[in-house]
Write a protein of this length. Structure first.
Length: 149
């Protein structure tokens, strides 16, 4: 009985891998520049936390991801940069500012991981930047949907 269950699980895993394209190597895309944007982040209760949204620009060359830029914005369209986490242009809460900047720095790391990996699969969230990760994956999925062959 245990052997049949194990065989069933193995078969199901193989079917899922084929259906998802997993295990078939790197996915190829149409050459070009593609942009994707996440929806503004909302809390589980549906309220907006004011966290804004993320936007990626992905360059595809020879069918593969050759470059990626990932930036995050406030709801009003203001880029989250070295001033992100400041209040009235100054650091009012050092811990909050440091957390905001850590999350902001993760954007470049996510973009670099996508280029190195060639796909979203295998890219994990960075501690302290989970919202950015969720926005990143949504934006990349949108951009790569347009680039898919």
């Amino acid at each position: 009985m245990k052997k049949n269950i194990a065989m069933g699980i193995a078969s199901l895993t193989a079917v899922c891998a084929l259906a998802c394209g997993c295990g078939s190597g790197q996915v190829t895309y149409k050459d070009g520049t593609y942009t994707g944007r996440s929806t503004p982040y909302e809390n589980e209760d549906g309220s907006d936390d004011g966290n804004g949204y993320g936007e990626v620009t992905i360059i595809i060359e020879n069918g593969l991801i050759s470059d990626c830029t990932y930036l995050t914005y406030e709801l009003d369209g203001t880029l989250k940069d070295e001033d992100y986490g400041k209040e009235d242009g100054r650091i009012a809460n050092k811990d909050y500012y440091n957390k905001a900047q850590k999350a902001n720095a993760a954007c470049a790391e996510y973009a670099n991981m996508l280029v190195a990996n060639g796909q979203l699969k295998g890219i994990d969230a960075i501690s302290g930047a989970t919202i950015n990760y969720n926005e990143f994956t949504e934006a990349v999925t949108s951009a790569l949907k347009d680039a898919a062959r």
